[in-house]
Design a binder for this molecule. Structure first.
Ligand SMILES: NC(=O)C1=CN([C@@H]2O[C@H](COP(=O)(O)OP(=O)(O)OC[C@H]3O[C@@H](n4cnc5c(N)ncnc54)[C@H](O)[C@@H]3O)[C@@H](O)[C@H]2O)[C@H](O)CC1
Ligand code: K
Length: 502
């Protein structure tokens, strides 16, 4: 399922109409009819339904939806917001068809009955006012109608995008319809994954509008959801012939006086994600606690201060950062791993605070960074707010500039590859909003980079199953009554959730 910008969507529309040859009227019929189909599953014949239609093609979709509801026996009250003569193209065409059906269309411009009052008294309001073509602050009467939609007790269902909301990240906006349900046309828009804009969509369903197969391959960059089927088709299948080093030799470097548990969380997660041979490098004072907590792991206590005694070149993958601290000795350790490891290097937590991005360019082997918004802000010199407003572009820029994988953690974690592909994660919940869950993900990424055939799948699967473990927990316990090690305990449930055939 793709994630597109407004201009990418328009390009795909144009190609479909001009090159593929599908008339715009047909594309709009497909869009409106598909949206109506999803809305009809939620409507009852006795509900008073209002359809608000704007001046562009979003409004055109509204005309088609109104006609489809009429066909299904529901007589919607249609409100045209602009003057009729503002309509053009396929929207004007479908407006004509609607009038042909004998459906009365009310005009906001005509005065008399106030549309706001009708919205207040409705059972369902279908928002076909503005779609991906919105720009700038809402002009009247749209601003007042959006306010009315946000005050009514009616169920509000948006077409393609809640009116007023930008499709793209990084766009200033002021107000938007708070939808209960949004039927998204053809592909997710970026704003459905941003912390500030996602809540306005309400429940989302994406519908096909008949774009020909392969249309999305026209786009320069792949940006899509990483879905259950992607995990099912790339998760390695274990075999009886496997032996303990089949899935690599992993190293986790971390821990300090103030954060002794972080490498243990990462280590346990790595072991429960399939690592056969794991070494923990941590302060000597914690080795006995580590041995009792993780007897499966080999231990390499730091020698005097924070020095690695292990030969890092013999590991297939190394993860550095959980609980490491940020002093000078820790900084030397990070540099040592950047320049000396022969395998995949995962940098998380304190290692990201220590890291000088320019050093990444010396890496000849793959590198995976797992920052949250604050860490990515520090790495890029942006503010946290700037990162949260444009997570796709920010992580894309860093990944392609430094040739690394970037896992930008959040409610919708985005994985960016060195060549600019991006995968949005659909799993996870508030259970993960607690200390140590990042350490768990680091251990999972370490394990998966050694067991998967491609790094794309290794990283995206780790993110997916990390969230799926939280989803499995949330089924039985409230998010506040969970501790991070419960997420590790739920990993088998996460694996089962993708291995089951249902
Ligand atoms: N492939 C698809 O997804 C298809 C999508 N369709 C629908 O088309 C809209 C995009 O249509 P477009 O005409 O480009 O823009 P809008 O309808 O969103 O609105 C433009 C319209 O709104 C006015 N406007 C813009 N900004 C403001 C503002 N700040 N205040 C007031 N008015 C504003 C502007 O003047 C224009 O008149 C997409 O979302 C889908 O719903 C196609 O139907 C089929 C293919
Ligand atoms: K809309």
């Amino acid at each position: 399922m793709r994630v597109v910008t407004g201009s990418e969507m328009r390009d795909l529309d144009q190609w479909t109409m001009q090159d593929f040859g599908m008339p715009g009227e047909m594309l709009m019929e497909n869009a409106g009819r598909a949206a109506a189909g999803r809305m009809l599953t939620r409507l009852t014949l006795d509900e008073r339904v209002i359809v608000l239609c704007g001046s562009g093609n979003n409004g055109g979709d509204g005309f088609v939806i109104a006609r489809c509801l009429y066909e299904a026996g529901i007589c919607p009250e249609v409100w045209l917001i602009p003057e009729e003569n503002r309509l053009s193209g396929e929207a004007k065409f479908h407006y004509g068809l609607l009038l042909q059906c004998g459906i009365q269309v009310n005009s906001v411009q005509a005065g008399g009955k106030r549309c706001e009052d009708v919205i207040a008294a409705a059972d369902v309001v279908i928002d076909a006012m503005l779609g991906t073509g919105v720009s700038g602050e809402l002009r009247e009467p749209y601003a007042s109608l959006v306010a009315a939609c946000n005050e009514t007790a009616a169920r509000v269902e948006a077409v393609d995008i809640p009116s007023g909301l930008p499709a793209d990240e990084g766009v200033m906006w002021h107000t938007a319809v708070q939808a209960d349900f949004t039927v998204v046309l053809a592909a997710y828009k970026e704003s459905s994954f941003l912390p500030r804009t996602a809540p306005f969509y309400g429940e989302i369903e994406v519908v096909s509008i008949g774009l020909p197969p392969g249309t999305y391959d026209l786009l320069k960059y792949e940006r899509r959801l990483w879905q259950r089927v992607d995990v099912q088709t790339t998760l390695p299948v274990r075999s009886a012939e496997d032996y303990k080093s089949t899935y690599g030799k992993g190293l986790i470097v971390g821990g300090s006086e103030t954060m002794p548990g972080a490498p243990l969380l990462a280590g346990e997660a790595a072991l429960k994600s399939g690592t056969g041979l794991l070494t923990l490098a941590l302060p000597a004072s914690f080795t006995s606690a580590a041995a009792s907590r993780l007897p499966e792991a080999m231990l390499q206590p730091f020698s005097e201060g924070v020095r690695l005694s292990a030969d890092v070149t013999k590991f297939d993958a190394a993860a550095c950062g959980p609980g490491l601290g940020r002093d000078e000795a820790a900084a030397h350790l990070v540099q040592h791993l950047i320049y000396k490891t022969d395998g995949v290097l995962i940098l998380d937590a304190d290692a990201l605070h220590i890291l000088r991005p320019s050093e990444l360019k010396s890496r000849r082997k793959p590198t995976v960074l797992t920052p949250h918004a604050g860490e990515l802000a520090a790495l890029t010199g942006l503010s946290v707010e700037e990162v949260l407003q444009a997570p796709f572009q920010t992580s894309f820029n860093f990944a392609t500039a430094y040739g690394v994988y970037v896992v930008m953690k959040g409610a919708h974690t985005i994985t960016s590859t060195p060549d600019g592909r991006q995968f949005v994660n659909p799993t996870g919940n508030a259970v993960l909003a607690r200390g140590g869950t990042g350490d768990v993900l680091t251990g999972m990424v370490l394990a998966f980079t050694m067991s998967h055939t491609t790094l794309d799948a290794a990283v995206a699967n780790a993110v997916y199953l990390h969230g799926a473990a939280a989803d499995a927990l949330a089924v039985t316990v409230p998010p506040h009554a969970v501790k991070t090690s419960d997420v590790i305990s739920a990993l088998p449930l996460a694996f089962q959730s993708v291995e089951s055939t249902d």
